[in-house]
Design a protein around this ligand. Structure first.
Ligand code: SF4
Length: 672
């Protein structure tokens, strides 16, 4: 008689999410036998309160999905066709090592370009073993500017990246400006704290071209035209200065550059700012008055406002508000931005003795591959990112990826749109299959993550593969780490104070100031003189029109509509884009749709002189007139002609930090 089947026993493992999200949730993963059966919130990170987003709740669909890469492979068809033959790791890595060496011998080491961003976003998946390999080779360095570069430059210039207000302190604020960010889809754990703040009487102001989840719940929504946040912030500054509402005592004691900011704001009356931003002058005045009058007041500065030609100055003007308004020194007052620098963890290995090689801005990868001005790229090593869909000027990026004379390695977890162009594909582990750190840049949290399952197929961790290449290319040194666990243990030893010891003992670290620093109470600017630099010389030199100098709209009669591509609840940047999703649409305002005789659900083309995207229209008042919106992170399969919004995006750079100008795409739309 056959025995009845016995279900394998269930076990749970605690770990942490390291993906590119501010929250850094603790996770409890349930296994049935050796297979993941459930992913849920853990309790180690108090801020995330035991729940997680749907993206990671279903992350097992990526781990075991049909797009998962299981073994190394070498191209056998045309580039882009996605035809590969399976090979052993030895064969694959010997081939990669030989090609990297060949590029170095023939055109110099700078002909090798590593290309990565936050796809895995753990602390050890980039800037560790990969840095050891590429620095020792002397490869080109990559400026990781596709996101957070302008806001980072502004935060560094003004405050030296001072620690910012924690989620838990939002309920202490009486006024909260949510500027250019949608925590309803990215950073969801802020939402309950916002709700609590409202219940305790706080007013919420949302500044965003779309009526996002937060904007719909806000008391006031300023639906600004993309690229004009700068003038809105300057108009508030002008009001504060002109009406005697600026905190002159604070400015005198704790800042430099207040006069320069005052002068540059002078031109921005509410009326002029209204003309440019499309927000009525009386609305701007109302918000400025509120900001002057109500304390504690908090500005949450997001990343949406940086994605245009004025992005760096806009972030600087927004971050300067609490200094001018005198909002520091109380719980719930000040500003909130990335907390990535708060732990003081340095990547000392990046400052080793290797000479600095040339730097390539990742927003210019398309032009570097197709019309190089310096050493041509001969070997491209792509990991933790999917440039075929995420970088500006998509047509040029794809043209570059299709070049037969560029040897391309793609090291990833799934067969991405970029992997289709690879000469060699290497399968990577997910964060559920290797050791790493999870360091929140919104919630102040630092945890260790551990593997909960064996690597799927033949996948290997980043550390493992990069150190293997170091050995194969005869670049080893005595104290090199060998694998992800070894790397993690070595890096713990280099952490400040007792952080490493605590992590080793408990797997999570106690954040400084109980995770709730008060600005100008517990933490101060990390600038040399501990002052806020409201008009730092370096930023003033870098910005084409000087810091706070507004550059006009790039729209034209032919292409009048501003295209934005905000984060969605489906993907983390483009991660998870391989999974099924509802139709991708372009959202447009009823007025713009009517002017073009477009109805809801019509097939349309969104186009400009760079290209076109074909998909369905959704006619909705959620997006302001003059602006259309497509989701960030979609893959080529999601539109009917295989292009994403980035084919319409120029590769021009932001005023500060060399960032991407995604929201400077100007387009038109017509029915097809
Ligand atoms: S992506 Fe963000 S919200 Fe989702 S589990 Fe990870 S940290 Fe939490």
């Amino acid at each position: 008689m056959p025995r009845p089947a016995v279900a394998p026993p269930e076990t749970t493992v605690e770990t942490a999410c390291p993906l590119d999200c501010p929250d850094a949730c603790s996770l409890t993963v349930t296994l049935r036998g050796r297979r993941i059966s459930k992913i849920d919130g853990g309790t180690a990170n108090e801020v995330t309160r035991g729940y997680i987003c749907a993206k990671v709740r279903h992350f097992d669909r990526r781990v075991y999905g049909e797009d998962r890469l299981q073994f190394p492979a070498i191209r056998r068809g045309a580039k882009g066709a996605g035809q590969f033959r399976r090979v052993t790791w030895d064969d694959a890595l010997d081939h990669v090592a030989e090609k990297l060496e060949q590029a170095r011998r023939t055109d110099g080491a700078e002909a090798i370009l590593p290309l990565c961003y936050g796809g895995s976003n753990g602390f050890l998946t980039q800037d560790y073993a990969d840095a050891i390999l590429f620095r020792r080779l002397g490869a080109s360095r990559l400026l990781r500017t596709v996101c957070a570069a302008p806001t980072g430059a502004a935060n560094m210039g003004l405050y030296g990246k001072m620690g910012s207000v924690a989620y838990q302190d939002y309920p202490s604020a009486r006024l909260i400006l949510i500027w250019g960010v949608n925590p309803g889809v990215s950073g969801i754990h802020l939402m309950p704290y916002l709700k609590e703040a409202r219940e305790q009487g706080a007013m919420i102001v949302a500044i965003d071209p779309r009526a996002t989840t937060v904007a719909r719940q806000a008391d006031i929504h300023l639906a600004v035209r993309p690229g004009t946040d700068l003038v809105v912030a300057l108009a508030i500054h002008r009001h504060l200065f002109e009406e005697g509402l600026a905190d002159e005592a604070f400015l005198a004691e704790h800042t430099t550059g207040a006069d320069a900011l005052r002068e540059r704001a002078e031109a921005w009356s509410f009326e002029r700012a209204a003309d440019v931003s499309g927000v009525p002058a009386e609305r701007l005045r109302q918000v400025a008055d509120l900001y002057a009058r109500v304390s504690p007041a908090l500005v949450k500065c997001g990343w949406g406002l940086e994605r245009n030609r004025n992005g760096g100055s806009a972030a600087a003007a927004v971050l300067a508000l609490p200094a001018v308004g005198g909002k520091f020194g109380v719980r719930g007052g000040g500003y909130s931005m990335s907390n990535s620098a708060t732990w003081g963890i340095e990547r000392a290995w990046l400052h080793d003795s290797e000479p600095a090689s040339r730097a390539v801005n990742m927003n210019h990868v398309g032009r570097e591959l197709t019309t190089p001005t310096g050493t041509p790229v001969r070997a491209l090593f792509v990991y933790n990112c999917n440039p075929a869909v995420t970088l500006p000027d998509q047509a040029r990026v794809l043209q570059g990826l299709a070049r037969e004379d560029v040897f391309t390695v793609v090291f990833d977890q799934v067969l991405t749109d970029t992997a289709l162009y690879a000469d060699v594909v290497l399968p990577a582990t997910t964060f559920l299959e290797h050791y790493d750190y999870s360091k929140g840049y919104g919630s102040l949290s630092l945890q260790l993550g551990r593997p909960v399952i064996e690597p799927v197929g033949e996948s290997r961790s980043n550390t493992d593969v990069f150190m293997d290449l170091v050995r194969r290319m005869n670049l080893s040194r005595e104290d090199d780490p060998s694998d992800d666990l070894d790397t993690m243990l070595a890096s713990l030893a280099g952490m400040p104070d007792t952080t490493g010891d605590e992590l080793r003992a408990t797997w999570h670290a106690t954040p400084p100031f109980g995770g709730r620093p008060v600005q100008f109470g517990d933490v101060f600017p990390k600038t040399a003189d501990r002052k806020v630099h409201l008009c730092p010389e370096a930023l003033d030199r870098e910005a084409p029109r000087g810091l706070y100098g507004y550059q006009g709209d790039p729209g034209s009669e032919r292409f009048p509509l501003a295209l934005i591509s905000p984060a969605s609840e489906r993907t983390i940047s483009s991660t998870l884009g391989e999974l099924p999703r509802p139709d991708v649409v372009v959202e447009m305002n009823p007025a713009d749709a009517e002017a073009r005789a477009i109805d809801d659900r019509d097939d349309v083309r969104v186009f400009n002189s760079q290209g076109e995207v074909r998909l369905r229209a959704r006619v909705t008042a959620l997006v302001r007139p003059g602006t259309v919106s497509m989701p960030k992170g979609i893959w080529r399969r999601h539109t009917s002609n295989g292009w994403t919004s980035n084919v319409l995006v120029p590769d021009s750079l932001t005023d500060l930090g060399g960032g991407a100008c995604f929201n400077d795409a100007r387009v038109n739309v017509e029915k097809v």
